[in-house]
Design a protein around this ligand. Structure first.
Ligand code: NDP
Length: 518
């Protein structure tokens, strides 16, 4: 199989000097080399930060309209260049063309338009009224001001959505950005930064710092805010480093998303979605369905449907649209984690109905779509993030047991419940400890850029999307304007006089002392 060869070694960071040598980027579906990128050290990151800071005021001065023009050009650029971008994503992740096109291109194109349009609304000055007597007659304004230089650190599973995607609102707000993509999948970020420059983004406003963990750590030392997507373990380190510098951080971390299927659910739909949203992107999605709980009366029928559908999936190296359903395992150690979770489950009594092992005799890295039953919460496959094409299904007595087991997790990213009674479904969704809960669906909440997307518990801090998804890249400034014809001296000021103090105390009594105590 042919590999796509990229040499972006000298395209990063507008000329920052490479250090510590190059990182080879592997194509996980073929084992070939897709390109090389530099492994930047702390000095190179510091140089990039200086360039980013120098460029930021000019970018902020573009204003919302000027920035929107660049972002909308980028939207068109992405569609015009979508085949090239898809090829690049596929070459470094080994995912299918459809997983790249449906999830990544559609998200990126939508996000460029969304933030271009909504940034001025979410970040418009707000006129505020205060009941405080001291502020009568004054103009009160809440203003959102870009923080300056934002660091974005991303994972390998969706190089466009989860690495580059978080740069878009930061840029729309008027910040400069330095993106540190995963060392495993840096090529897409470099290509998109190149595209933005073609669309008129000034030099230094969006730079890509390729490298490994230490490059990410060096980035945190230089920026005004850090947006991190990755594992919970690394997220804790990022939060600690941000705390040392007293800079804000937003963390999008791991998950173990549960799906609850009640007896009255549309089983055909539930089975199709269970298979799709656990196997899409080979299960390497933070909000994949990772565990399913099915009410006893429909358990056998549901398992039968899922078994049939999963057996039909084609796994292997993608060589064009429609060629396979399930692509490669992108990150080498992930294959060991998946295999360890499956064997742990089997040792503790689980049965494998479909798949159950890595795909042998191919150049790339693949794991068979795997269905497990007779599982319980003593098994890692039900409690730890597997991040692979596995679907464990557990029988439950009723919805109460489903809710209890769904919430019995350190994670709280997404969750779903399937029932024809949508009112009951909503009531259950409200009890699920998850940043997003879907009724009769899964994952789609991510596409609603108007809704916050973020994790509860160990799945994160803060959120992307919605008003909070862009305001986090800004500081809030309170502006108070006293009119020209103000008093020369106000009543509460020096010199203190007993009569005035008594008057003010009486006023407080009048204002606040008339309510009941209980
Ligand atoms: P990691 O936490 O291993 O890495 C994430 C990024 O952090 C990478 O760019 C990595 O660099 C970098 N990094 C590593 N060490 C440090 C450090 N000390 N300081 C700063 N940066 C560092 O995550 P993965 O790449 O393995 O991604 C998979 C995880 O991401 C899963 O847990 C998944 O659930 C989660 N995820 C969460 C999402 C969400 O929205 N909540 C969305 C997508 C994924 P390098 O790769 O070069 O080592």
């Amino acid at each position: 199989m042919a590999t796509v060869e990229h040499d972006l070694t000298h395209q990063q960071g507008n000329g920052a000097a490479p250090a510590r040598g190059d990182i080879p980027v592997e194509n996980p579906a073929t084992g070939g080399i897709a390109g090389h990128v530099p492994d930047l050290d702390a000095d190179a990151v510091a140089e990039m930060a200086a360039r980013g800071r120098a460029a930021q005021p000019g970018w902020e001065a573009f204003g919302f309209d000027g920035r929107a023009r660049v972002l909308l050009r980028a939207q068109k650029w992405l569609i015009d260049n979508s085949e090239r971008v898809v090829r690049t994503i596929v070459s470094e992740t080994g995912k299918t063309y459809e997983d790249a096109e449906f999830a990544e291109i559609s998200y990126g194109a939508g996000a460029f338009g969304f933030w271009a349009k909504e940034a001025p609304n979410y970040l418009a000055d707000e006129r505020v009224k205060s009941s405080q007597i001291l502020l009568k007659g004054k103009k009160l304004i809440l203003r959102y001001r870009p923080l300056g230089l934002i660091g974005v650190i991303g994972p390998w599973n969706y190089p466009l959505v989860n690495s580059f995607g978080d740069c878009i609102p930061a840029l729309a707000a008027g910040n400069s950005v330095i993106l540190k993509p995963s060392e495993v999948t840096p090529l897409t970020s470099l290509l998109l930064a190149e595209g933005l420059r073609e669309c008129g983004l000034p030099d230094g406003v969006c730079q890509v710092a390729t490298g490994r963990g230490p490059t990410g750590a060096a980035l945190i030392e230089r920026v005004d805010m850090i947006m991190f997507t990755g594992s919970t373990a690394t997220g804790r380190k990022v939060a600690a480093a941000a705390a040392e510098r007293l800079i804000p951080c937003s963390l999008e971390l791991g998950g173990k998303d549960p799906m609850i299927v009640l007896s009255d659910a549309d089983l055909e739909r539930a089975a199709n979605l269970a298979v799709y949203y656990s196997m899409q992107n080979a299960g390497q999605t933070c909000i994949s369905i990772e565990r399913v709980y099915v009410e006893a009366p429909v358990y056998d029928e549901f398992v039968g449907k899922v078994t049939d559908k999963m057996r039909k999936l084609r796994v292997g190296a993608p060589n064009g649209p429609g060629s396979v359903d399930v692509g490669a395992i992108t990150f080498p150690p992930q294959l060991d984690t998946i295999a360890a979770h499956v064997s742990d489950a089997v040792e503790k009594g689980a049965r494998v109905l479909v798949g159950g092992k890595a795909v042998a005799n191919v150049g790339g890295r693949f794991y068979e779509p795997t269905l497990l039953v007779d599982v319980d919460h003593t098994m890692k496959i039900m409690t730890e993030e597997t991040f692979g094409p596995t679907l464990p299904i557990m029988k439950i007595a009723d919805a109460e047991e489903g809710v209890r087991l769904a919430n019995e997790s350190p994670y709280g990213l997404g969750a779903s419940v399937f029932t024809r009674d949508t009112e009951r479904g909503e009531a259950i969704a409200r009890r699920l400890e998850a940043g997003a809960a879907n009724v009769n669906d899964a994952i789609v909440n991510y596409t609603a850029l108007e809704l916050p997307m973020g994790g509860a518990k160990a799945s994160g801090l803060g959120s992307r999307h919605g008003a909070g998804g862009i305001r986090k890249y800004c500081s809030q400034q309170a502006i108070v304007i006293t009119p020209r014809l103000a008093l020369k001296r106000e009543a509460h000021m020096f010199p203190y006089k007993a009569r005035t103090t008594r008057l003010i105390a009486r006023l407080f009594k009048l204002m606040y002392g008339r309510g009941a105590r209980d």
